[in-house]
Design a protein. Structure first.
Length: 155
């Protein structure tokens, strides 16, 4: 059998072998993990880069849209804040109401003048008929008088 010394050396040797095996296993494990990580990254890296580019594009477009919206909001705010413009709109509204009233009044005046012209025309026609009738009566009276005066007799 083995002596104590040999047994101690054997144990030491066994422990060294186990230590080396563990270190080799650790190295193999670390290398396997490293290779797995590299493979995983290599497989999805292109997709991640494309996704990152698309996200950057979306972000840039959103920033552009946000800037444009802020500019438009500023313009709207400037318009609403412009007191002169608000006063002008009030003046336009008042003037428009006055214009509508004037149009109604002008239509009414036009209708009345049309009726007055029509009435004046009828009155003028009546006056002309009366004048014509008087003229005819005068002529008849003149004829009657001449008939009554008699004609000188010629012998």
């Amino acid at each position: 059998m083995m002596t104590d010394m040999e047994e101690a050396e054997a144990r030491e040797l066994q422990s060294e072998i186990e230590k080396r095996n563990r270190e080799e296993n650790e190295l193999d494990f670390k290398e396997a993990v490293k290779k797995l990580a590299e493979g995983f990254l290599n497989q999805y890296q292109v997709q991640w880069e494309q996704t990152e580019k698309k996200l950057d594009e979306v972000k840039n477009k959103q920033e552009t849209l946000l800037n444009q919206m802020q500019i438009e909001n500023k313009k709207f705010q400037d318009v609403f804040d412009d007191i002169k413009l608000n006063d002008m709109f009030q003046t336009i509204k008042i003037s428009q109401n006055k214009l509508i009233l004037m149009k109604k009044e002008m239509a009414s005046i036009h209708e009345r003048t049309f009726k007055l012209k029509k009435r004046a025309l009828r009155l003028q026609q009546i006056i002309q008929k009366e004048a014509l009738n008087r003229e005819q009566q005068r002529e008849q009276e003149i004829r009657r008088e001449q008939e009554l005066i008699g004609k000188p007799m010629i012998s």
